[in-house]
Design a protein around this ligand. Structure first.
Ligand SMILES: Nc1ncnc2c1ncn2[C@@H]1O[C@H](COP(=O)(O)OP(=O)(O)OP(=O)(O)O)[C@@H](O)[C@H]1O
Length: 617
């Protein structure tokens, strides 16, 4: 329950005065509701159904003036008062409900924004160690449960306030009966704790199952092409059947628990009423009006107990959802990229992009993905990347090329050693400025279901069409975009599915150039291009040299042949470093091996645009 209280505290500090005013309104509303019940007494008395004289002097005195009126007038006065109070109470209740929903929804809105902000500010390592589908599940399914949980907490608070006031009024009318009802309610609530505990255990299963479900469907639709081509539909269907069966069973179990506790309360209610009646009539010879009071009190209080208990059970089943959201928020906050700020989101702290003058330096860098691993993904890496030059990183698959790029971009932190930008450590403000100056293009770029224009404006929201076309022309994408019937307004499908691999890469390259970066990072960003387009991109990179620092991983020979520097990685270590020609001539070097021993570089250099794949070695 502590975890729920944590969010309730957040709600009270977020809503402040509004919440307390609303609670005060509820107290008034329940008082009016109670007065409505009290008016039943003179109504019954005047109408002559029974002579209600319950022995409370203050009520009797208050009602004595009614005896001076004829029955019809007296009844009209009482009924008028009853109607007036009831209508006021209903109107008030409506306003309070609207206000409650407003407080609740504003809080959830804030909670959602806060969670997104913290997640977006978390460093890359936070995401490396987590299943993305678990995060999605927490932000969707579990957030919905938290939403309902907060609503139930507010509803339960209202119910408790109502109940306490009703108990107060009932005590005034008949203390012994009310005490009996309350004691029975408390005993039953203690007994019902087992239902709440079982609900919480089931809630844990719900979170686990919905995480599995989310992970499964994310994987399924990410790999739907492989599923269809390899006829894996049956195995996927079997998986869904099994998981869905567990979900169904878990929901049935929850309904069983909920209905069992409701059954217990209803049976107890009937038993208690019967027992009260019997003892009142047989042993205490109570009068009919007292019997009516018993029924009125019981029928007002008992449903409230049932309601509070049901809410407790449901909130208990949501505790694991609260915990899941709490932990996601806590860990993302702990893993903030720049502690104490929301890097990249804080517009007030906007930092200008960095204009690098000297370059990037790594000195004695060690990095591994898990501390328990023996080997390092980057093992004592020391290098210089001069500003405004082109540096290529090559090596076999798994050599550590992408890891090195991630480290240089400050996405991961070295275990030992440091990364310096113009001599300054890559942390805090330098990191923010540095990131603003980078355009990074991965092999599998981020394109969303929208138009070509929308996808480009993602990086430069104020870019004009002219600037967009210029960037597209630069990346050899303008021609194919012009041929599309809707041009820049063409929808490209999920992750750009309606475009070819090469078209996607040219589009993303255009987007990267639109930002006019001072550092361009290409991680196998030209792998899907044909020779003609690859040559064009090569020309663009040549034009950018001298103005932009270019860092490129490429498996293709032609992309890197004009690089100012080539860094050769093997098992996380730099084994060669120099210019392309010099390395190609080192007979025993890995670079030569990667290029292929068949080729005689001295006499027969490879021709422009030739395809070569390092990975085949
Ligand atoms: N998220 C990760 N968690 C654990 N190990 C990882 C992770 N990413 C990479 N590695 C490991 O780190 C090493 C270097 O991987 P990296 O992706 O940097 O290689 P690469 O040279 O870019 O390979 P490729 O050319 O195949 O993309 C590999 O042994 C890889 O298995």
């Amino acid at each position: 329950m502590n975890i729920v209280l944590h969010y309730v505290k957040q709600l009270t500090s977020f809503s402040g005065r509004r919440l307390y005013v609303n609670l005060a309104g509820m107290v008034v509303s329940s008082l009016l509701d109670g007065i409505g019940i009290l008016l039943l007494i003179p109504m019954l008395s005047i109408s002559g159904i029974v002579d209600v004289n319950i022995g409370i002097p203050s009520i009797n005195e208050a009602l004595s003036f009614l005896r001076e009126f004829p029955t019809s007038i007296g009844l009209l006065i009482v009924l008028g008062a009853y109607l007036f109070i009831s209508i006021i109470q209903y109107i008030m209740q409506r306003k309070l409900n609207i206000q409650n929903v407003d407080i609740h929804q504003s809080f959830i809105h804030e909670l959602r924004l806060r969670s997104y902000r913290e997640l977006l500010s978390a460093k890359w390592e936070f995401y490396l160690n987590r299943r993305k589908s678990d995060i999605i599940n927490t932000l969707t399914t579990e957030m919905t449960r938290v939403n309902t949980g907060v609503h139930l907490c507010m509803q339960t608070t209202t119910s408790i306030i109502f109940t306490v006031i009703q108990i107060g009024l009932a005590l005034w009318i008949s203390a012994p009966i009310t005490l009996l009802v309350v004691i029975s309610g408390v005993l039953l609530a203690l007994f019902s704790r087992r239902f709440s505990k079982r609900s919480m255990a089931l809630g844990r299963v719900t979170v686990e199952l919905s995480q599995q479900y989310m992970a499964g469907i994310t994987d399924l639709f990410n790999g739907i092409k492989e599923v269809k081509s390899n006829r894996l539909e049956h195995s996927r269907m079997t998986w869904v059947q099994k998981l869905s069966g567990k979900l169904r069973h878990e929901q049935q179990e929850f309904t069983r628990i909920r209905t069992a506790s409701q059954l217990l309360y209803r049976i107890s209610s009937a038993v208690l009423i019967a027992a009260f009646m019997y003892t009142s009539v047989i042993f205490f010879h109570s009068r009919p009006e007292q019997m009516i009071v018993i029924i009125v009190i019981f029928s007002r209080l008992w449903p409230r107990f049932i309601n509070i208990q049901a809410n407790f059970e449901q909130v208990s089943s949501f505790i694991p959802a609260f915990r899941s959201l709490y932990e996601l928020q806590k860990h993302s906050k702990e893993d903030a990229e720049v502690q104490g700020t929301q890097s990249g989101l804080d517009e007030a702290r906007y930092t200008e992009p960095l204009r690098m003058s000297q370059g990037i330096a790594c000195s004695g860098v060690y990095f591994r993905y898990r501390s328990e691993e023996q080997g390092y993904a980057l093992d004592n890496v020391t290098l210089q990347i001069p500003a405004n030059q082109m540096t290529a990183i090559v090596g076999r698959s798994g050599a550590g090329k992408s890891t090195l790029i991630d480290l240089i971009m400050g996405l991961i932190q070295p275990e030992e050693g440091e990364v310096l930008i113009d001599g300054k450590p890559l942390t805090g403000e330098t990191l923010e400025q540095f990131r603003r100056s980078i355009s990074y293009v991965p092999q599998d770029p981020f394109l969303f279901h929208g138009s070509i224009r929308d996808n480009l404006l993602l990086v430069e929201p104020n870019a004009t069409d002219e600037q967009i076309w210029e960037a597209l022309a630069f990346s050899s994408a303008a021609n194919f975009v012009k041929q599309l019937p809707l041009g820049l307004d063409t929808l490209i499908g999920d992750r750009g599915m309606k475009l070819s691999g090469g078209e996607r890469q040219r589009l993303v390259l255009g987007r990267a150039l639109l930002r006019k970066p001072s550092i361009l990072v290409l991680d196998e960003a030209t792998s899907a291009l044909d020779n003609e387009n690859e040559t064009k991109i090569q020309e663009v990179l040549d034009q950018l040299r001298g103005k932009t620092t270019i860092l490129v991983i490429a498996h293709r020979f032609s992309t890197i042949r004009n690089a100012d520097q080539v860094i050769v990685l093997d098992q996380g270590r730099i084994v060669q470093n120099g210019d392309y020609k010099q390395l190609a001539l080192e007979q025993k070097g890995l670079f030569r091996k990667l290029l292929g021993t068949r080729r005689d570089f001295d006499n027969n250099p490879p021709y422009e645009g030739e395809l070569y794949d390092w990975r085949s070695n």
